[in-house]
Design a protein around this ligand. Structure first.
Ligand SMILES: CC(C)(COP(=O)(O)OP(=O)(O)OC[C@H]1O[C@@H](n2cnc3c(N)ncnc32)[C@H](O)[C@@H]1OP(=O)(O)O)[C@@H](O)C(=O)NCCC(=O)NCCS
Length: 476
């Protein structure tokens, strides 16, 4: 199940098929009722109550939440994972409770959710997303989308997504977010990729030279169970500084603490924390890492989480990892796509990028709330008109964006104004561009952004440029 991995993620997206467009949005499509489409296949969609922890704070018991436990089993099977049982299932329900996750299940008519697994699963919940350093907006997170093999291509995904996005709009959510296992599905539903990520490894045999001054702080190896609160506080600090990062789900705290219930119950996965303290002794960064075992050659540690609140902490932690005794290779499970690792090494070719992927997908539901809700780099100013097409209506329209003194203002122009727009694009492209992690100029080259006023794409990239790399710190 994705919740048990470093990258925690995976969702597919679907048509909203909704009539509940935001007031003022034109052209809301009403392409039929997803419920009716399900009914035609003898199916129905149900929202399960979120599990709750008992008053003593212990995990909920699967026996008290049979429908949610069966739902979790279906999710695990959908990702070809082992099905949790006993304490592991209770723990999973407890993490769902902590994040107030909502489960949407699709069931065969007549099936009791407390007795049968759903044939479709979908999880959503209200969270927050950093959109500029220090600024968060409410965000609707989506995960754990699966459809059982015997029920594909009957509109189950479409129905679940339609219900979810309709509810997100009703709750006033400006944006929805997901990560994907397959990327071909999401654009049609208005999701666009806003940042990429990569996995990389560094050969650390011998002394690896770093460029620039040595960090003045120190790093100590710690037991994750003893320093989890410091790690968590650092993660929150960094998350607030990182556009493209939602509040971390509870799963990550449990993983970093090495307390995920597993087959070798109680022993954990053998994670360590390297904790960076600055010259004044303040914790400013942490890495969570695990040795891959003596059977792996060359001897390797895998860095599951890397959090540094300032550049010195980042440098100090890189140095620490490069210097680990007996270790010949360091793997970084998830890095921003910014090349910082190559930049800090004297020999950049020690870095091998082993994977590179489209990471966070966003779906703008409220154009003014999104464009006015983020900050703009000070000194950048200008105005542009954007003709945005959204077949589901939420973002459809012609919008004038004016940026000055670090703030954006959005005005909706009258119907017909799209002819005068500087740029024309689908909501999926606007959603990807919004935080400044991908380029409108690239979109023009690819033909996904139409430039009607020469230079408009460069101007949009300038206006939307981000003060910090757009990066998803923790999958969900
Ligand atoms: C991907 C998955 C959720 C699709 O569910 P589904 O109920 O079959 O999808 P729907 O019938 O609602 O299809 C909705 C639309 O998406 C398209 N679509 C669905 N799966 C697709 C895929 N894998 N690739 C491309 N398009 C896809 C459908 O063709 C349909 O398109 P349309 O708008 O032209 O009609 C399902 O196949 C699944 O569970 N796969 C395994 C787990 C997984 O991959 N989960 C997603 C993790 S990212």
């Amino acid at each position: 199940m994705p919740q048990h991995t470093d990258t925690v993620g995976g969702v597919a997206a679907a048509d909203t098929t909704t009539t509940a467009a935001r007031p003022g949005a034109s052209g809301a499509s009403a392409v039929g009722s997803p419920q009716a489409a399900l009914a035609a296949h003898g199916l129905r969609l149900e929202v399960l109550p979120t599990p709750v922890r008992p008053a003593d704070g212990s995990d909920p018991k699967a026996a008290d939440f049979p429908a949610q436990a069966l739902f979790t089993r279906a999710v695990e099977k959908g990702f070809y994972e082992k099905v949790p049982d006993g304490r592991a299932m209770d723990q999973s329900l407890g993490m769902d409770a902590d994040d107030a996750k909502r489960s949407l299940g699709v069931y065969a008519d007549g099936d009791d959710p407390a007795a049968r697994e759903p044939v479709g699963t979908f999880v959503d919940w209200a969270s927050t997303l950093t959109v500029s350093p220090g600024i968060e907006l409410p965000a609707w997170l989506i995960s754990n989308v699966t459809v059982s093999p015997g029920h594909r291509r009957r509109g189950i995904l479409r129905a679940m997504m339609g219900r979810s996005l309709t509810d997100a709009v009703a709750a006033g959510m400006p944006v929805a977010a997901l990560t994907v296992s397959e990327s071909a599905i999401y654009g049609r539903f208005g999701f666009g990729v806003c940042c990429h990520a990569r996995r990389a490894q560094v050969r650390t045999t011998g002394h690896v030279q770093m460029r620039g001054p040595a960090a003045t702080g120190t790093v100590t190896r710690e037991d994750p169970r003893e320093v989890i609160d410091q790690v968590d506080a650092l993660q929150r600090e960094l998350q607030l500084l990182t556009p493209g990062s939602p509040r971390r789900p509870q799963t990550h705290r449990v993983m970093w603490k090495d307390a995920l219930a597993s087959e070798n119950d109680g022993k954990g996965e053998g994670s360590f924390v390297g904790l960076y303290r600055d010259a004044e002794g303040r914790a400013r960064g942490a890495v969570v890492y695990r040795f891959k075992g003596w059977e792996t050659e060359p001897a390797t540690v895998r860095v599951q989480a890397f959090m540094a609140a300032d550049p010195e902490a980042w440098r100090g932690l890189v140095r620490y990892l490069l210097d680990l005794d007996l270790i010949e290779r360091v793997e970084f499970a998830r890095l921003p796509d910014d090349g910082a690792l190559e930049a800090v090494l004297e020999n950049a070719r020690l870095v091998t990028v082993t994977d590179h992927w489209d990471d966070l997908y966003l779906r703008i539901l409220d154009v003014p709330a999104c464009l006015e809700g983020r900050a703009y780099v000070s000194g950048v100013a200008g105005g542009l008109t954007l003709a945005v097409s959204d077949r589901h209506g939420f973002a459809d329209g012609t919008w004038r964006l004016t940026v000055a003194e670090g703030r954006g203002q959005v005005e909706r122009l009258a119907d017909g104004a799209q002819e005068q727009a500087d740029l024309a694009l689908d909501v999926a492209e606007l959603s990807g561009l919004w935080l400044g992690g991908v380029s409108a100029v690239t979109g023009v080259r690819a033909g996904t952004v139409r430039e009607r006023t020469p230079g408009a794409a460069v101007l949009l990239d300038t206006l939307l440029s981000s003060a910090a790399p757009v990066h998803l710190l923790t999958g969900f």
